[in-house]
Design a protein around this ligand. Structure first.
Ligand SMILES: [Zn+2]
Length: 475
């Protein structure tokens, strides 16, 4: 390592430490770090600028990926010292990171750590959940995991998770960040956790009955599945000990019909973590007591540890506040993986007015309902699986599972078939017409609807796979 690499590392670590306020315990009942979460927008920008000025030299001196990019763009670290300078740096996308991982296996060079630093720090590995291409792996150093625990504790505090709660965390405990990030935060907060991996729904229902967790953490699909499984066992989730359902991994809060189903099924509040491996260590979006209110649904962002921007999906140029676009995140909370303008790629609109909860940080209006990668394009009509989900769940008594099948007819026309379960499957015309009507009005798409008997479609265990694309390529 060069002296400049060491110097810039020391400065970055000192800057991280300087702004890690209220590390161990919350300031008050509403805000874990009141001085960070309720500061003025000017102070927030000053924190972001102080971090950026230390970050860009650190990236330049310590990451091959970033050094080459600076050189290719003809930029120096001193060109990017403030949030206003950020648009000079074209967004980094998954494809570019994947190419780096292929060229420099197995870890890529988008990290700032050398083997010696890794050996000194210790680490844990996570990987992107992308279903295609080379998995991009991210190692979080022990220091990163401390910052992660702190930032996620602030988010959980905002959601009302407190000492006195007991949390059942249901996941496969594979290399996905979501439940591990919650686990780190719970340990930091001194809140007990029941690990709910490696068991079936019946066993998990027993854990709930015997050990009375007040919070469950899982994907929204699994929360629906588990609740129904409990009903099948003669247990009522709505009268169980669970008062908060914390979901992540798939959009839920912003899909009214899904959120309302979860609330009714569990008799509980639904709160959400939303983010991605690359922009960690921190969840990204998180709920507050005002996240679901008369004014609509929103999700907070934590701007002292991340810079959030929206860009135009086609030009990838930064958009003014209030305009809908794709999320881009700069991570200011990591030693090993502080990415500069990573294209997370969720469609949303950002709002910077203070929230009713007292936080001054930006909110994503409507929360997050779909990543650009998941967009369905059918005969030129664009829609998200979440919009189809909203339409399907708007019709009473439709089962929790559904499937979207895209196929090509013999005459070459691409069509969409939505397969649902309903007790009235023997005389399905009415149900099918209602769902087709909802799809027409919400997604502006004509679709065939197949109404099946309950328990026909495969049950979702973790992340739901709703879309089956069997279209023939154009010839
Ligand atoms: Zn709020």
């Amino acid at each position: 390592m060069t002296p400049r690499a060491d110097e810039t590392r020391a400065r970055w670590l000192a800057t991280l430490a300087e702004f890690r306020r209220d590390f161990a315990t919350p300031t008050n009942a509403r805000h874990w770090s009141a001085s960070l979460e309720t500061c003025s927008r000017d102070e927030l920008v000053a924190i972001q600028n102080a971090k950026l000025a230390a970050l860009t030299p650190f990236l330049y001196e310590n990451s091959g990926f970033y050094r080459r990019r600076f050189e290719r763009l003809g930029l120096l670290p001193s060109d990017i010292r403030t949030v206003e300078d950020l648009p000079k740096w074209p967004v980094v996308d998954k494809v570019e990171m994947m190419a780096d991982a292929v060229e420099h296996p197995p870890y890529g060079t988008y990290t700032t750590m050398t083997d010696a630093v890794w050996a000194d720090r210790g680490w844990m590995m996570f990987s992107s959940s992308g279903s295609t291409g080379v998995p991009r792996v991210f190692r979080y150093s022990q220091l990163d995991r401390e910052h992660w625990a702190w930032a996620n504790a602030r988010a959980l505090h905002s959601m009302g998770v407190r000492r006195g709660d007991t949390v059942l965390a249901i996941a496969g405990f594979g290399p996905h960040v979501f439940v591990w990030g919650v686990t780190a935060a719970l340990a930091h907060m001194g809140i007990p956790m029941l690990p709910g991996g490696g068991m079936d729904a019946r066993a998990r229902a027993n854990v709930i009955a015997r050990f009375a967790p007040t919070v469950i953490v899982c994907t929204p699909s699994y929360a629906l599945y588990l609740g129904r499984a409990m009903q099948g066992l003669g247990l009522d989730p709505a009268t169980s000990s669970v008062r908060t359902v914390l979901v992540g991994g798939e959009p839920a809060l912003g899909i009214d019909a899904t959120r309302e189903r979860l609330q009714a099924l569990w008799g509980a509040r639904v709160v959400e973590f939303y983010g991605c491996t690359e922009a960690s260590p921190h969840c990204g979006g998180y709920s507050c007591p005002e996240s679901v209110s008369a004014g609509g649904v929103s999700s907070h962002l934590m701007e002292d540890v991340q810079v959030w921007e929206l860009v135009d999906p086609d030009t990838r140029q930064a958009l003014p506040l209030g305009q809908r676009g794709l999320t881009v995140c700069t991570c200011l909370n990591s030693e090993s993986s502080p990415q500069l303008r990573f294209l997370v790629g969720d469609y949303t609109t950002l709002e910077a007015t203070p929230c009713g909860c007292g936080r001054t940080h930006m909110r994503a209006l409507g929360a997050f309902t779909g990543r650009a990668d998941d967009l369905i394009v059918l005969r030129g009509i664009k829609m998200f699986p979440a919009e189809v989900e909203q339409a399907v769940r708007a019709v009473p008594a439709v089962g929790d599972e559904f499937e979207i099948v895209l196929s090509t007819r013999d005459d070459g026309l691409d069509v969409m078939t939505v397969r649902v379960e309903h007790p009235a499957h023997a005389a399905p015309a009415d149900v099918a017409a209602q769902i087709a009507g909802e799809l027409r009005s919400r997604c502006e798409v004509r679709a065939d609807v197949q109404v099946l008997a309950p328990n026909t479609l495969p049950k979702t265990e973790f992340k739901a796979r709703r879309v089956r694309d069997e279209r023939k390529p154009l010839r």
